[in-house]
Design a protein around this ligand. Structure first.
Ligand SMILES: NS(=O)(=O)c1ccc(C(=O)N2CCc3cc(O)c(O)cc3[C@@H]2c2ccccc2)cc1
Ligand SMILES: [Zn+2]
Length: 262
């Protein structure tokens, strides 16, 4: 696996990442299997507060690993705070991980149970660090809000995203995507599990405070199917490889504690 040529295939997938990214075998890797009965109820854990009302989405893109919606992060217009966080963390982007047709594709699992997909809202600690890249290598640099997706009825607001996916079919494609407020993707309950972990893709930096919501959101099979029309490959490549199963399996807990909000 040369340079940052990593993927989710047999040769370049999660089991091979350690060759270029030795931290893959580190002591605080993500995702993990969350076992609710073994989580510690911590009454000092306050509620998560997501202030997204003044967020400014910029674009939606296919980076060859997932579909990503980026936000303006030059000020504290959209932040997450509370819960395990000592200060506000700025929203930078969100993206998804999903499975193949009829298969599950969440990254975190709950007592071995996988969901159809998992949404990650990525935030960075702009109080302590000057840039996202700097924060992404610091132990308290990032906070990722993980939200499970399960299949059922249509999700009223996910259409805004799935209707735009045809414009970013190929790796490297990007298009304007303005006025999207991700608060419409939050479930009604913000109860969560939290633990210290890492990016779930290379460079796998151990810099993430994970906040995984207990309540999934519901999306339709049809909406999930639209994610699978994306390609890992670029327009100029002759191979057309469907973007699916872009998830890392659970990693060893290595003695970490998972805490639960009440
Ligand atoms: N799944 S996740 O843990 O929530 C996560 C979070 C952030 C990032 C992220 O922003 N990355 C890592 C992968 C990546 C791939 C690209 O093609 C790219 O242009 C940017 C990124 C960034 C990144 C790259 C280098 C250092 C830090 C982040 C990726 C995954
Ligand atoms: Zn992710």
């Amino acid at each position: 696996m040369t340079g940052n040529q990593w993927g989710y295939g047999k040769e370049d997938g999660p089991s091979a990442w350690h060759r270029s990214y030795p931290v893959a075998k580190g002591s605080r890797q993500s995702p993990i299997d969350i076992i609710p009965e073994q989580a510690f109820h911590d009454n000092s854990l306050g509620p998560i507060i997501a202030n997204y009302d003044h967020c400014t989405s910029i674009n939606i893109s296919n980076n060859g690993h997932s579909v990503v919606v980026e936000f303006v992060d030059s000020d504290n217009r959209s932040v997450i705070q509370g819960g395990p966080l000592d200060n506000p963390y700025r929203l930078k982007q969100f993206h998804f991980h999903w499975g193949g047709k009829g298969c599950d594709g969440s990254e975190h699992t709950v007592a071995g149970y996988s969901y159809a997909s998992e949404l990650h809202l990525v935030h960075w600690n702009a109080v302590k660090y000057k840039t996202f890249a700097e924060a992404a290598t610091a132990p308290d640099g990032l906070a990722v809000l993980g939200i499970f997706l399960k299949t059922g009825d249509d999700h009223r607001w996910l259409h805004t995203i799935t209707d735009a996916l045809y414009m970013v079919k190929y790796k490297g494609s990007v298009t304007d995507f303005r006025g999207f407020n991700p608060k419409c993707l939050l479930p009604s309950s913000l109860h969560y599990w939290t633990y210290l972990g890492s990016l779930t893709t290379p460079p796998l930096h151990e810099s993430v405070v994970w906040i995984v919501l207990k309540q999934p959101i519901v999306v339709s099979d049809k909406q999930m199917g639209k994610f699978r029309t994306l390609l890992f490959t670029g327009e100029e490549e002759e191979e057309r490889i469907r973007m699916e199963n872009n998830f890392r399996p659970p990693q060893p807990l290595q003695g970490r504690k998972v805490r639960s909000s009440n």
